[in-house]
Design a protein around this ligand. Structure first.
Ligand code: HEM
Length: 146
């Protein structure tokens, strides 16, 4: 993947404004509420029985932060995203048995959470670059599946 200087700037700028402790929990909660079949992977997380239970669940919030913190590595290493996520891809495939289609669902929920948080600042050009970045992340996380 090629990144123009303006794309690099946009990704750094969006990432710089993302509060991981707020956006992470909201993103994972949305995945679990909007696509409830994803709850099957989080059997050890306790009560996920309603939207309000998911939103109040501290394990969901903490894991949402973990997932978003993992994105920092991609932002800081735009030219080597595939290698950056090689181990994480293997973990999700071999150990966690997560269907890779779910990476796209999480990426889409993240875009929606960022959009509702940034409002008009998240204009179409910014969205296009942000989604390009997330597509590369999703491809990297899927790259070690077999
Ligand atoms: C664990 C990142 C998407 C399910 C993890 C961990 C990270 C991570 C960093 C912790 C790994 C460790 O402990 O060494 C990501 C990223 C994602 C993503 C960056 C996408 C951008 C997903 C999706 C699902 C999922 C879509 C399922 C729908 C899990 C599960 C665990 C896990 C079940 C183990 C949780 C636990 O029991 O603590 N992920 N993940 N992940 N991930 Fe993902």
């Amino acid at each position: 993947v090629e990144w123009s200087d303006s794309e690099r700037k946009t990704i750094a700028s969006v990432w710089g404004k993302i509060k991981v402790d707020k956006i992470g929990p909201q993103t994972l909660a949305r995945v679990l509420i909007v696509y409830p079949w994803t709850q099957r992977y989080f059997g050890s997380f306790g009560n996920l029985s309603s939207a309000s239970a998911v939103l109040a669940n501290l394990k969901v919030a903490n894991h949402g932060k973990t997932v978003l913190n993992a994105l920092d590595k991609a932002v800081k290493n735009l030219d080597g995203i595939k290698a950056t996520y090689s181990e994480l891809s293997q973990l999700h495939c071999n150990t966690l048995n997560v269907d890779p289609d779910n990476f796209r669902l999480l990426a889409d929920c993240l875009t929606i959470v960022v959009a509702t948080s940034f409002r008009s600042e998240f204009n179409p050009a910014v969205q296009a670059t942000w989604q390009k970045f997330l597509s590369v992340v999703v491809a990297a996380l899927s790259s070690r599946y077999h």
